[in-house]
Design a binder for this molecule. Structure first.
Ligand code: ADE
Length: 237
């Protein structure tokens, strides 16, 4: 999968070179290219923002550098890319909520472009223009506000990247995770069996695989009921 990231803070993404995603790039499973939006400015101050039409607090990202950045990425991918083009993801607290289902969906794509907004956001016309180059998704990590799209993009890239076959060494570890079955994950324990007065639940030492699976499922349901009742079927629609 190819991932392009456009940002005014490219160094935010240095950490993509470490851990599993770093290894995935080494293995050729992921091709991540980080671009500085200011490369597509033409004034001495490399200006990327301006005051909002209609007034109001804060600054808005200018459309021109974004247009040139997206054109350059589309042109560099163009020849090798047939079909509907890339998915262009713009992190935004005003977007649809990014979930494990979104991560799974996007993990099946061959090219993603992340556009990281700052300040009060990006001039709205950029999204309409981006829609001429591919499929646009405005995505929110949740109901809180970050300073910009960088941290959100990083979170999404990690959630998506680890679902690409070969990125996580043992694919079985992807199956029994929180959110994969619509439930939170069951609690995990390792040795020693007794630690600072706390014992591992005896059922896990029983060797009875059926009973262990049933206990784990009960734990998942109970945790979900306590912490995230909104995920349970009764709470939906
Ligand atoms: N940018 C600012 N806040 C955000 C959020 N909650 N999710 C995604 N992008 C953001």
């Amino acid at each position: 999968m190819r991932i392009d990231v456009v940002t005014i803070f490219p160094s935010f993404f240095d950490v993509l070179g470490v851990s599993l995603l770093g290894k995935a790039q080494g293995k050729g499973l992921l091709d991540i290219r980080v671009h500085d939006l200011r490369e597509w400015t033409h004034d001495r101050h490399r200006t990327v923002d301006d005051t909002p039409y209609g007034g109001g607090a804060g600054m808005v990202m200018k459309p021109e550098p974004w247009g040139e950045a997206l054109d350059a990425i589309a042109a560099s991918a163009g020849a090798s890319e047939a079909g509907p083009g890339p998915v262009l993801v713009f992190p935004s607290p005003a977007g649809e909520v990014f979930t494990q289902a979104t991560a799974r969906e996007l993990a099946g794509e061959s090219h993603l472009v992340f556009g990281c907004g700052r300040y009060e956001g990006i001039d709205e016309r950029v999204f309409a223009y981006a829609a001429t180059l591919g499929r646009v998704r405005l995505m929110s990590l949740g109901d809180y506000v970050l300073n910009g799209g960088e941290v959100a993009s990083m979170a999404m890239i990690e959630a998506i990247g680890r679902l690409i076959p070969g990125v996580v060494g043992n694919p079985e570890s992807l199956v029994e995770e929180s959110h994969e079955e619509g439930l939170l994950e069951y609690p995990s324990y390792t040795k020693p069996a007794s630690w600072r007065g706390q014992d591992v639940p005896p059922i896990l030492l029983s060797g009875n695989h059926g009973a262990i699976a049933a206990w784990r499922h009960d734990q998942q349901v109970e945790r979900t009921r306590m912490r995230r009742p909104d995920l349970l079927p009764d709470a939906r629609d």
